[in-house]
Design a protein around this ligand. Structure first.
Ligand code: 4AD
Ligand code: MG
Length: 471
C-alpha cells in the first residue's frame, strides 16, 4: 500500500513534507481566516486536523470545495505536515489541496435524506438502527479496533503455547450441550409441508437427517485434542435461547481451547492466564481507544483491567458460594439454594460484593451442567468451572471432561440422551482415552468487558438476537 493511513501520518515528524490524507470528515470549523477540517479514517482513534488559510490566496476552486465539504463526506486533502499549535495533537496538515470524493449532504437533497451522523451525541439505540454507519462514530470505531486486536491476540496466546487452531463444523446433527436451544437447518419446503398437513420426512432433507447450527465446537475439539494434545477453536456459535438480555446473542463467536492430559486445575490456570494476556494486549495496543472508553463509557475501566491483571483469581466451590449467598443479608429476587442455577444477581453479589474481583466457581451440581463433565466421587457434583467477573458475570465456562466410558454412558442414559448419536464421541473413551479439559469464552463477552460497553449488541458489527436480524 502506498497510501499512508492517518495513524501513520500522525506518527511522522513534522518536517513540512507533503502528505496526502484520505478519510471521512468529522467536523468543519471556521474562523475569519482559517477553516479547520478534522478527517478520520478509522485507522486509530484520532483523526488529523487539516488547516486551510484563506489569507493564503486559496484558489477559487478550493474555496468552493471548502464551502461544499460537510460532516461525513469522504475527502482527499494534501498539504505540508507541520507542528500543530493546538493542544492534544503534535502535527497537523497545512492544507493546499482538497478534493471531495463523496458528498454526505447535511440536508435532505432530492431523494437522499440528510447524513444521519451529524456532530452531536446519538443514543446507542438510535445507532443500532443505523448499524451500517455506526462504525464512523468514535464509540463504534473504538469497539471495532479493540475487537480486531483482541481477535488476533486470541490466536497469538494459543499459538505461543502449542495449541493448534482447529475449525469445527457450523452445521451439525448433534447437540453439543444437550440443552436443545438450536436453530434447525433444512431445505424442506416448509410451506408445502404445512399445506399438505404431513409430518416432515427428514430422511429426504438435505443431510438425510435433522440438522442444526452448532451451539459449540467442543465435542469435535475433544476428538482433535486426543490426537494433537492442545487445540483451540474460534468461530461462530448459535443459540436459539429466547433470552433478551444485555449479554446474550443468538449468533456469537466462541473460543474453545481443549487440552489432553490436563485437569481442572490446569484449565483454571489457563483461563486466568488467557484473560490477563488479553487485558494486557488491550491496555498496551489500544491505549487511545481504552482512554475513550474510560472517559465516556465506563469510568475506571482501565484501572479495573489493571487490577484484574495484578490479582490472583479466587477459587471457590459452588457449594461454598451458595452458602455465602444464603448467609448474605441481601434481598435477592431469586432466593439462592443448593442446586439452583446462579442468577445474574447472585454472580454480581459474589464478584462485586464478596470477592471484589474475578472468581472461578467449581464443582457444580450435575443437574445444572452438561452431560460431558467429569463426575466427582460424591456422584452429585461435576468438575465444572465458570469464571465470573464483576459487572458481567460469566465470561468463561468449562470443565474437565468425563473420560470414563461406563460413567459417560450412564450419564447419557440418566439424561435420556440417545447414546447412538454420540457413538464417535464415545469412541474417544474406547480408544486411548485420557484426561482432558477445556473451556469456552464468548468473544463478545470479552469485548464487552474490556470496553465497558453495557450491551452485547454494541460489540458485534451486526447483532442477531430475538427479533433482530437486520443488515
Ligand atoms: O457455558 P457455555 O454454554 O459452554 C459451552 O458451550 C462449552 N461447550 C464450552 C467448553 O467447555 N468448550 O458457553 C461458553 C461461553 C460462556 O461462558 C459465555 O461467555 C459465552 O460462551 N456464551 C454466550 N455469549 C453470548 N451470547 C450467548 N447467548 C452466549 N452463550 C454462551
Ligand atoms: Mg455456561
Amino acid at each position: 500500500m502506498t497510501n499512508l493511513l492517518i495513524k501513520e501520518i500522525l506518527a511522522l515528524p513534522p518536517t513540512s513534507q507533503d502528505v496526502t490524507v484520505r478519510g471521512w470528515v468529522r467536523t468543519k470549523r471556521e474562523t475569519k481566516n482559517l477553516v479547520f477540517i478534522e478527517v478520520n479514517d478509522g485507522s486509530g482513534f484520532n483523526g488529523i486536523q487539516c488547516t486551510f488559510d484563506r489569507g493564503n490566496t486559496l484558489v477559487d476552486a478550493l474555496l468552493a470545495a471548502l464551502a461544499a465539504v460537510s460532516t461525513g463526506s469522504s475527502v482527499e486533502i494534501r498539504g505540508a505536515l507541520v507542528p500543530s499549535p493546538a493542544s492534544g495533537q503534535k502535527v497537523e496538515v497545512a492544507a493546499s489541496a482538497l478534493r471531495i470524493i463523496g458528498d454526505a449532504p447535511a440536508e435532505t437533497t432530492g431523494d437522499i435524506p440528510a447524513y444521519p451522523l451529524q456532530k452531536k451525541r446519538h443514543s446507542l439505540e438510535f445507532l443500532r438502527e443505523i448499524a451500517h454507519l455506526r462504525p464512523r462514530t468514535n464509540t463504534f470505531g473504538a469497539v471495532a479496533r479493540v475487537r480486531s486486536r483482541l481477535g488476533f491476540a486470541v490466536h497469538q496466546f494459543f499459538q505461543e503455547r502449542g495449541f493448534q487452531y482447529l475449525t469445527t463444523p457450523l452445521i451439525t446433527a448433534n447437540d453439543a450441550e444437550g440443552a436443545g436451544a438450536m436453530f434447525q437447518v433444512t431445505t424442506l419446503d416448509l410451506a408445502a409441508l404445512a399445506a399438505s398437513g404431513k409430518a416432515p420426512d427428514y430422511s429426504r432433507d438435505f443431510f438425510g437427517k435433522r440438522a442444526f447450527l452448532t451451539v459449540s465446537g467442543q465435542l469435535e475439539a475433544e476428538t482433535y485434542a486426543l490426537a494433537l494434545t492442545r487445540v483451540y477453536t474460534f468461530g461462530p456459535t448459535f443459540r436459539a435461547e429466547n433470552s433478551n438480555t444485555t449479554r446474550h446473542l443468538a449468533e456469537f463467536w466462541m473460543i474453545e481451547p481443549e487440552a489432553a492430559f490436563a485437569h481442572l486445575e490446569d484449565n483454571m490456570a489457563l483461563a486466568e492466564d488467557f484473560l490477563k494476556y488479553l487485558f494486557n494486549v488491550a491496555l498496551r495496543d489500544c491505549a487511545a481507544d481504552l482512554a475513550f472508553f474510560d472517559a465516556h463509557v465506563e469510568k475506571g475501566i482501565i484501572d479495573t483491567l489493571k487490577s484484574v491483571i495484578d490479582s490472583k483469581f479466587v477459587h471457590m466451590t459452588y457449594t461454598d458460594a451458595v452458602a455465602e449467598l444464603e448467609k448474605a443479608a441481601v434481598g435477592f429476587e431469586f432466593k439462592p439454594y443448593w442446586g439452583c442455577d446462579l442468577q445474574s444477581e447472585h454472580e454480581r453479589f459474589l464478584t462485586e460484593k464478596l470477592i471484589k474481583g474475578p472468581v472461578i466457581l467449581t464443582d457444580y451440581p450435575k443437574e445444572i451442567k452438561a452431560f460431558y463433565m467429569k463426575m466427582n466421587d460424591d456422584d452429585k457434583t461435576v468438575r465444572a468451572m465458570d469464571v465470573l467477573v464483576p459487572r458481567l458475570g460469566e465470561i468463561i465456562g468449562g470443565s474437565e471432561r468425563e473420560d470414563n466410558l461406563a460413567r459417560l454412558e450412564r450419564r447419557l442414559r440418566e439424561l435420556g440422551l440417545d447414546a447412538s448419536s454420540y457413538g464417535w464421541y464415545l469412541d474417544l473413551r474406547r480408544y486411548g482415552t485420557a484426561p482432558h479439559s477445556g473451556f469456552g469464552m464468548g468473544f463478545e463477552r470479552l469485548v464487552q468487558y474490556v470496553t465497558g460497553m453495557a450491551n452485547i449488541r454494541d460489540v458485534i458489527p451486526y447483532p442477531r438476537a430475538v427479533g433482530q436480524a437486520e443488515f
